[in-house]
Design a protein. Sequence first.
Length: 88
Amino acid sequence: MDLVVKLPESAGYDILIIVVYFMSKRMDFIPTHTTVITEGTARFFLYHIWKLHGISTYVVLDKGPHFATHCTKELYCMLEIEIASLTA
């Protein structure tokens, strides 16, 4: 998953969320706007990707571990999946 930012505005959107499938090399493009945060990214993923393909087993995200963690937690919350944290 990648975000392409600072695009010229079109129909109120100026960012693209790009999801590339590793095996098939298929790509999905989700238009959004600059005010999207992790919750919004998770919602877009839920409505545009999960409904077609289910949950990914492997995600590469170039926005850093904190963004990926928050986005995944938010997605699991929306899907009502309980996360069991383990501590050593």
